[in-house]
Design a protein around this ligand. Structure first.
Ligand code: HEM
Ligand code: HEM
Length: 193
């Protein structure tokens, strides 16, 4: 498996970062949704701390991924893809990137405005982004939640598009985001790179 992206496939680094971030988003999002309703206990405090550490990890991985994307480029669209579809796909990808930054940063802003301390897995202390501020706390909390639901909606459309390409158009859009041999594209006529 090549590490760098080629004109035909996503390389190992982009694939690993893509699926790792998907897994972390699922875990962090579910934690976020359940932790607010938990009754006060040491476990609740642990879950909040874990939610924040995983969220910060997503922020770091999104940054890494963004830098890698510029360095390693991206595959060309599958042959025959209409221009408007390619445009929508690119727009969706940039929107997803934006959300991968904005959601953790709004969580961090909420945490700072509330005056809570912030640690990454009890290893690194992180500074507040703002001073204590009740109004900002309210706003950042709402933004954090709305952006999360926007991510859910966009990611569902994005995943549905990937599955549509695989099942109905039978091209290798999904197969090339997975290790070679995991999925067979229905009608790829491309040379193996
Ligand atoms: C991509 C990463 C993240 C996702 C997907 C995520 C998702 C969520 C969700 C779904 C909620 C529940 C919202 C609600 O129902 O009110 C939540 C709450 C919360 N998140 Fe995150 N979060 C992420 C990153 C972070 C980070 C990095 C921090 C802090 C540094 C953070 C701090 C918080 C806090 C403190 C709450 C509770 C807010 C409240 O009590 O109203 N989150 N998060
Ligand atoms: C939280 C969920 C997800 C996020 C944030 C996300 C984000 C992204 C981003 C930003 C890209 C652009 C690649 C890049 O420029 O590095 C991408 C590509 C891709 N994603 Fe996702 N994704 C998610 C879930 C999924 C799921 C569930 C699937 C499959 C069912 C999927 C399949 C793909 C495929 C096939 C590509 C490559 C598209 C192409 O070659 O044009 N993604 N994803």
């Amino acid at each position: 498996m090549t590490l760098k992206n080629t004109a035909m496939r996503w390389g190992g680094v982009s694939q690993l970062l893509h699926w790792l971030v998907v897994l972390l988003i699922l875990t962090t999002g579910v934690m976020g949704l359940v932790m607010g309703d938990m009754r006060n206990s040491p476990t609740k405090i642990e879950i909040y701390a874990l939610h924040k550490s995983l969220g910060l990890t997503i922020l770091a991985l999104a940054t890494l991924r963004f830098v890698w994307r510029f360095y390693a480029g991206a595959p060309v669209p599958p042959p025959g893809t209409p221009r408007w579809q390619d445009r929508i796909a690119s727009l969706t990808h940039w929107l997803l990137y934006g959300l991968l930054f904005a959601i953790p940063l709004s969580g961090w802003t909420f945490n700072s405005a509330a005056g809570y301390p912030l640690q990454w897995f009890k290893l690194v202390n992180l500074p507040p982004l703002t001073a204590r501020d009740a109004e900002l706390r309210q706003l950042a909390g709402n933004v954090h939640e709305w952006l999360f639901w926007l991510l859910v909606a966009v990611a569902l459309l994005h995943a549905a598009a990937a599955l549509y390409h695989h099942v109905f158009l039978r091209d290798d859009t999904l197969a090339r985001m997975l290790p070679r041999g995991w999925l067979r594209a229905g009608r790829s006529t491309r040379p193996q790179d």
